[in-house]
Design a protein around this ligand. Structure first.
Ligand code: ADP
Ligand code: MG
Length: 474
């Protein structure tokens, strides 16, 4: 089975199954798929595209039905529910002979992932459970599914987490959650652990940080007690290890983790892992461990969007039981973009301050209380990020930002990027000019004026620039 992360940038058409393809040429199919998936990309956004469309492989077309395969049953169900109709519509626009689109699961060599756990005697289970529970780190009572605000950037990870929590068997193995700091990985892990413990108390769940796992392993080595160590881990139903990037590069721990991991997967036990990077990007991870990690479901939590941040703020304000003007929440969602942890911290500070001084929360007070934090967030946009974002928005190469090409199709995006660099960073005109292929500061000035002028007269252009600005500011 291919994993979604192993695949190159584009969704695929499988060239190896010509016999499946009786209704048309594989090339045509490939072109149609490219058009359809590009449409979808524009419609559903980059995050959902990466999660759902990219892992898809077009298998072929038979009797007018295009078959698309995905790595897991979970993905098939989701894709069928969310995208099948739209894919069919879009595809029909490309090929009116199309009768439908069908989503299937790749034939899977990672079969242990779908195995059922062996049921054991209730008594042994009970003993195991106690052991598991005290091995496990405590769970934060706030980290539940109910308290998790779902939006585009995290809906896939959330759905995958729920699936693992609600299934009484193993829907995919491992579940690998990854994303930047403070985006909700630990929250989802705790939510899974809590849910399983409450709903299926007969299953042993161990949740611990990778650091703790390492520490225990090293202690066991020192006390020459590794048999016990192995026994403990290998008798759980659900093993959850948070922040596995900490065991990357630590050879003996990695080795042990790999054995434990394999043993559990082979017995059909559920593994859930989190990291700050995708399996393939984890440095110092052994190849076989990476490919094993890639065998299950890899779900990434993307950076927050404005909408998600606002949703989270509304939910937290509600929970705190305080009235906060919409303007203040919007301001925070706009400005505090790094991660959810920082966003929560900012909200708490604003609320605490107002209670302390006994004044209502206002925009001015908020700006005042958060001055240092806001400044730190302001500094985050770099000219490189602006160039990257603008280039991808207008579909030009990043190198065109520096190049001497003057064709309108590249000159205009370049001007937009210069304008945004002026608006969003504290760089001077000459500094900005240097970052755009060593241009003169008067060129930058001209670009800024030109963009200002266009914004006034061209609504579509104005919306484009505004959208870019919002995305860059978070
Ligand atoms: P990570 O483990 O990815 O670094 P955490 O799970 O510790 O991040 O999340 C940081 C904080 O942000 C926690 O308090 C968590 O409850 C909160 N948080 C993150 N994402 C969400 C969300 N979608 N809805 C509500 N709270 C969230
Ligand atoms: Mg964490």
């Amino acid at each position: 089975m291919d994993s979604m992360r192993d695949m190159p940038g584009k969704p695929q058409v499988d060239g190896n199954t010509p016999t499946d393809n009786r209704d048309g040429d594989q090339n045509e199919l490939r072109q149609q798929w490219e058009t359809v998936s590009n449409h979808m990309r524009a419609e559903i956004g980059e995050a959902s595209y990466q999660s759902w469309l990219r892992p898809m492989t077009v298998r072929g077309m038979t009797d007018g039905v295009v078959t698309i395969s995905v790595p897991t049953r979970f993905m098939r169900d989701w894709a069928t529910a969310h995208y099948q109709d739209r894919l069919t519509e879009l595809w029909r626009a490309e090929n009116d002979a199309l009768a439908g689109v069908e989503v299937v699961v790749h034939s899977a060599p990672c079969t242990a992932a779908e195995a059922q756990p062996k049921r054991e005697a209730a008594k042994a289970k009970e003993a195991k459970r106690e052991k598991g529970d005290d091995l496990s780190a405590p769970l934060d009572s706030r980290f539940t599914f109910d308290q998790f605000v779902v939006g585009k950037p995290n809906e896939f990870a959330y759905a995958a987490a729920r699936r693992v929590a609600e299934a009484d068997s193993v829907p995919f193995n491992p579940l690998f959650l990854y994303g930047g700091v403070g985006l909700g990985k630990t929250h989802l892990m705790h939510a899974i652990a809590r849910h399983i413990r409450e709903d299926q108390p007969e299953r042993t769940v161990i949740y611990m940080s990778a650091e703790k796992f390492m520490y225990r392993f090293v202690s066991a080595l020192r006390e020459q007690n590794t048999v016990d160590f192995k026994q403990q881990f290998r008798s759980v139903d659900v093993l959850m290890i948070d922040d596995v990037q900490f065991i990357a590069g630590k050879d003996s721990t990695q080795e042990e983790f790999f054995h434990t991991f394999n043993a559990l997967v082979d017995q059909g036990r559920q593994i859930v892992i989190s990291a700050d990077k995708s399996p393939s990007d984890l440095e110092g991870m052994e190849e076989r461990l990476v490919s094993r990690l890639n065998c299950g479901l890899v779900a990434d939590i993307h950076a927050t969007t404005y909408e998600l941040r606002l949703g989270i703020l509304q939910s937290k304000a509600h929970k705190l039981g305080v009235q906060i003007p919409a303007k203040v929440l919007e301001f925070l969602a706009h400005k505090i973009t790094a991660n959810v942890r920082e966003l929560e911290g900012a909200l708490n500070r604003v609320v605490a301050h107002s209670q302390l001084v006994g004044r209502e929360i206002s925009l001015e007070a908020t700006q005042d209380v958060l001055r240092d934090l806001l400044r730190a967030n302001d500094r985050r946009v770099t000219i490189e990020e602006i160039q990257k974002q603008v280039a991808s928005h207008f579909n030009v190469r990043i190198s065109d930002m520096h190049s001497a090409r003057r064709a309108r199709s590249v000159a205009r995006p370049r001007q937009v990027a210069m304008y945004l660099a002026k608006q969003l960073t504290s760089r001077s005109l000459p500094e900005i000019g240097r970052k755009f292929g060593g241009r003169d500061h008067t060129t930058v000035m001209h670009a800024v004026r030109k963009v200002e002028e266009l914004r006034e007269h061209d609504t579509t252009f104005n919306e484009d620039v505004e959208l870019l600005r919002r995305m860059l500011e978070g």
